[in-house]
Design a protein. Structure first.
Lengths: 391, 634
């Protein structure tokens, strides 16, 4: 038989290929795989990120623990009902744990290192470590006051809320999907950043796999020692994979550029550099008292120049986009709800600073201010307007 | 289309060139197979086509490589991306995005194709490779075979004129491999795509190749020619060729079909030989296990095989045993047949427990099993002694029912092959036997212990698993350190592991870094590490992936010797030839359920996708391996 003739071994070829085809049609379709879904993603990933970042901004506007907890709960609810079963969505618990750790560390530091917050309610007195005079201003141990601890807890909770918001964004939309919306000139850099970002989750997966493999070697798969011993192989593996990925990307045309006339290239460079300089100068002007007159126009000109530069730079990039995510009414609603929360809380922090920053000295129980609380509840909107991700 | 002109590649720090004197040309529209033992530089040659060697890997390339008229010296890999599509050995390292559909589009996006074109090609490719149901799936959740198909799809979409594939079917089940190869063939025929691929599983691909480039040894110049000519001299060859060489057929057949045309005289001779051995079934039963390939037989001694052959003949004198082709017609018959099959490989004098229980799908056996359930007896060799047993085992992972009501019993000395398509639950089953996966219901019992509750230190003495990626087991930076650590982990006498390594992997220096070993060498090292604790139950997940025939033959010899010593072996594999050669029993899994469980000959012969080549050629007689035929002709 000449190679390539459709002859199949032993007359069973037809059977085989027919079987295979059925397998493809039925067996290989993993149970629960979506079929006939109208659009790929329920929502533009940028909308989720803007929503989450807005919530983060809102969180920075207040230290009221009740409001912060409400904010965290609202975002957690949205994540719980709207996240997809994809692996990156599983990063949410990790972010929550990180947030908790931050809160704890903040409080522990306040306890161990003291705090500038004056207080009268002494909880306990730690033995104070005398420090040499050059370390003045640093205190180790000593009196721990309730005021200091509460202040640290409020502060830590604010950071924790921020982290949880970032975690929510991660769980709801993979950062890789955001890439698709980057301008062409920034795409290559974006890919590099995202690949660097996925390094961490891969590392976690590797640690899990290798710790499981330790079990096969008869070593305990739990405990800190187990973690340390797989450290080197994990790093090695991650590095190797990065190199392999780089090779694959290179072989698939990553970094291909179009031939651009030298004139355009030079203009691009000049515009981008000049634009950035303009942005710097303009910002400086805006912030100093003297430069009020020239600040704004220079800033705007700088931004315009930089944007033109980016646009021209995009010409060098050959990339086209495959099925870009559409930005629809839902995206507006989600972004709008986030922005509303941020805006209203900012407004509240100006109007009613006392409610949003409950006093520490003297210690008072925080109260839940009514209308900022209602504003925070706006963050729940995506849970109702976004269709469920298929599972 | 691809032209190598006296190319040699020397990697940095290497004393000798990895490949030298490579000089061949691949004309447009041909499918060329790069064959050779592992470690001879096949991947280097493939890497040179798209310029990754030496632009990316470093090293010195002498000579000249041109692809579609572009010299790789002056063209970076990315500038060749529109003419060359490359899929490496590890598909996971290949993915840039995280869903199937985006991955298929990535290459085209880089090349700047129009959105409408991209959309059309993605849909075409999804259908072509049977990926339509997976289009939205995150790549991380795909099984090995699915990943391989996505990787191939992702380089197909830009319609490159040259495809370079490194072991495209190694990780695939037989049906999926057929499908990938059918796709490649269609590309070659309809689109005139040039394909250059390296593959160890020649039995799958040789029939599709227009020409073969054989790299006989490291640094040796390649032999190029039509497949039949090259195969006649090749150190690596598929069973069909081996049988052809054995029978002295000319021209050498490359496909089962060609071989069948020449087979009638051989079949006649074989039926004569079988008649001489009393009943044909006895011969089958005997040879099914007396199957030493000539090279492996040398170190085991032919006497044991002879003795076991007679024993098998004795066992199967019972009337009706000849019906081994009839799938489990009668529980007792099948049971006896299996007892015979399992008893054979045991060397003389060894207490041979009888693993023969009624096959589990026979309804009459159910009552008896539930009786046994009351008395889980890890006691002293009762008639039905098992080494490992799962009962009604169910495993759910990430909302997917990975295993459903799996009942499996493994007896000492028995070799069981788990087969089934990618994602059928083979690895999960192995994982639960070794305690990596906790059952969601049902029980697992390995040598009297519950694996996922047993401390690892005790568990290694009961069961050992060589994972799909053997590298996961290796931590140290030299082979010697690895061995020392293995001895410590297992509480074995110092030097135990090193002795095993020397046996499995002759000629590996102490100071070698495990990463620098070839795939097969790494597997052998991992196997040695696992065997250091002498577990009575040995599990292997896809052991022949990336192994050449020599490494495979060595592995078969080693595993058979282990089974003869009373180790029970369970291997999850797609390699039908390996299963035919090694396994006493085959368990077929589909969607997490056991769909068939019986002696290898029965299961494998009755299935078109799982039948080994020799079976197909010599049907309706039931032969499984070339070694059996060789034995019978003696």
């Amino acid at each position: 038989m000449r190679p390539g003739e459709p002859g199949q071994p032993c007359g069973s070829g037809h059977v085989v290929s027919a079987r295979a085809r059925t397998a493809v049609a039925t067996g290989r379709t993993v149970p629960g795989a979506p079929s006939g879904r109208p659009s790929r993603a329920a929502l533009h990933p940028g909308a989720w990120w803007l929503w989450a970042v807005s919530l983060g901004v809102a969180a920075t506007r207040t230290t009221n623990p009740l409001l912060l907890c409400l904010l965290i709960s609202a975002s957690a609810y949205v994540v719980a009902v709207r996240r997809s079963p994809a692996p990156w969505a599983r990063s949410y618990p990790a972010f929550v744990r990180l947030a908790l750790a931050v809160l704890l560390v903040r409080v522990l530091f306040a306890v161990a290192l003291g705090s500038p917050v004056p207080g009268t309610h002494t909880l306990l007195t730690l033995p104070e470590v005398p420090l040499p005079h050059w370390a003045q201003g640093i205190r180790l141990g000593g009196r721990v006051t309730a005021e200091a601890v509460v202040f640290a807890a409020y502060d830590g909770l604010k950071l924790a809320a921020l982290l949880v918001c970032v975690g929510a964004a991660n769980a709801l939309a993979s950062p890789t999907r955001l890439l698709k919306s980057l301008p062409g000139a920034l795409y290559e850099t974006g890919v590099a950043v995202v690949v660097a970002l996925t390094f961490a989750p891969h590392l976690v997966a590797d640690v899990r796999r290798l710790r499981a493999a330790r079990r096969l070697r008869g070593r305990p798969d739990r405990g800190v020692r187990g973690l340390l011993q797989v450290g080197l192989p994990v790093l090695e593996g991650a590095l190797e994979r990065s190199v392999a990925l780089a090779a694959a990307m290179e072989a698939r045309g990553y970094g291909r550029t179009a031939e651009v006339p030298a004139r355009v290239r030079r203009t691009t460079a000049a515009l981008t550099l000049g634009g950035l300089l303009g942005v710097c100068a303009g910002t400086y002007g805006l912030l100093t008292a003297a430069g009020g007159a020239y600040g704004l126009p220079v800033l705007l000109a700088g931004v315009a120049a930089a944007l033109t530069g980016l646009r021209l730079g995009g010409r060098r990039s050959l990339r086209t986009r495959y099925r870009p995510d559409p930005w629809g009414a839902r995206a507006w609603l989600v972004t709008g709800s986030g922005a509303a929360v941020a805006g209203l809380l900012t407004l509240a922090s100006v109007r009613d600073p006392r409610a949003l920053h409950p006093g520490v000295v003297p210690l008072v129980a925080p109260t839940l201010p009514l209308w900022p609380a209602v504003a925070v509840l706006l963050a729940l909107l995506p849970a109702f307007v976004v269709p469920r991700e298929p599972s | 289309m691809i032209r190598f002109e006296d190319v040699s590649v020397t990697y940095e720090g290497a004393a000798r060139p990895t490949v030298a004197g490579v000089d061949f040309e691949v004309p447009e529209g041909e499918l060329v197979l790069l064959a050779g033992p592992s470690g001879v530089g096949k991947s280097t040659v493939l890497g040179a086509v798209n310029g990754l060697v030496p632009h990316f890997t470093g090293g010195t390339l002498r000579g000249r490589v041109t692809v579609a008229g572009r010299d790789t010296r002056t063209h970076q890999p990315r500038q060749l991306a529109d003419v060359v599509g490359t899929v490496g050995q590890d598909p996971l390292a290949h993915f840039v995005t995280d869903t199937v559909e985006d991955e298929l589009a990535y290459g085209m996006e880089s090349l700047g194709l129009a959105p409408a074109v991209m959309r059309r090609r993605v849909e075409e490719t999804l259908d072509l490779l049977g990926l339509a149901g997976l289009r939205d799936r995150p790549i991380a959740t795909l099984s090995g075979g699915q990943r391989q198909r996505v990787a191939i799809g992702s380089v197909l979409t830009p319609h490159p004129r040259v495809l370079v594939l490194d072991e495209p079917t190694s990780a695939l089940d037989p049906a999926a491999a057929e499908e990938v190869l059918a796709v490649l063939q269609r590309l070659v025929h309809d689109l005139g795509t040039t394909v250059l691929m390296a593959e160890h599983r020649l039995e799958r691909v040789i029939q599709y190749a227009d020409r073969v480039v054989l790299l006989p040894a490291r640094g040796a110049a390649p032999v190029t020619g039509p497949p039949a000519e090259v195969m006649a001299v090749s150190p690596v060859c598929p069973p069909v060729v081996a049988l052809g060489r054995l029978a002295g057929w000319s021209p050498l057949p490359l496909t089962v079909r060609d071989a069948r045309r020449q087979a009638p005289p051989l079949r006649a001779r074989l039926s004569g030989a079988a008649a001489a051995a009393h009943t044909p079934a006895a011969a089958v039963a005997a040879t099914a296990t007396a199957l030493e390939p000539a090279d492996a037989a040398a170190h085991r001694g032919a006497t044991a095989a002879d003795a076991s052959a007679t024993r098998a003949a004795d066992t199967s004198t019972a009337p009706g045993t000849g019906a081994s082709g009839v799938v489990a017609a009668d529980s007792r018959v099948a049971g006896t047949a299996r007892a015979g099959a399992a008893a054979v490989p045991r060397p003389r004098g060894q207490a041979a427990p009888v693993p023969g229980r009624p096959p589990r799908r026979v309804p009459s056996g159910a009552g008896r099993r539930s009786l046994f359930r009351r008395r889980p007896a890890p006691g002293q060799e009762p008639p039905g002694k098992h080494l490992a047993q799962t009962r009604a085992l169910c495993v759910r992972r990430d909302h997917v029912q990975a295993l459903r009501d799996v009942d499996l019993t493994v007896a000492p000395g028995e070799t069981v092959a788990l087969m089934g398509r990618n994602g059928a639950g083979k690895s999960t089953l192995l994982g639960s036997l070794v305690g990596l996966v906790a059952p969601s219901s049902g029980t697992v019992d390995v040598d009297g212990a519950v694996p996922h509750r047993t401390p690892p230190r005790d568990l290694v003495r009961r069961v050992g698993l060589v994972p799909q990626e053997p590298r996961d087991l290796l931590y140290a930076d030299t082979v010697a350190a690895e061995c020392a650590a293995a001895d410590r982990d297992a509480g074995a006498a110092p030097g135990t592991c090193r002795a095993l390594v020397s046996e499995l992997l002759p000629g590996v220096a102490d100071g070698t870094h495990p990463r620098d070993l070839s795939e097969g060498q790494r597997l052998a090292l991992a196997l040695a590490v696992v065997l250091t604790a002498r577990p009575p139950l040995l599990l292997l997940d896809e052991p022949t992936r990336g192994l050449d025939y020599a490494a495979k033959a060595r592995l078969v010899g080693v595993l058979r010797a282990l089974a003869a010593e009373g180790h029970a072996i369970v291997l999850a594999t797609h390699d039908v030839e390996l299963a035919a050669e090694l396994a006493h029993r085959v368990v077929l899994l589909a969607e997490g359920e056991v769909i068939a469980d019986g002696p290898t000959a029965e299961i494998v012969v009755s299935s078109p996708s799982f039948a080994p080549q020799v079976t197909k050629i010599l049907a309706p007689q039931q032969w499984l391996t070339v070694a059996q035929v060789r034995e019978a002709l003696r």
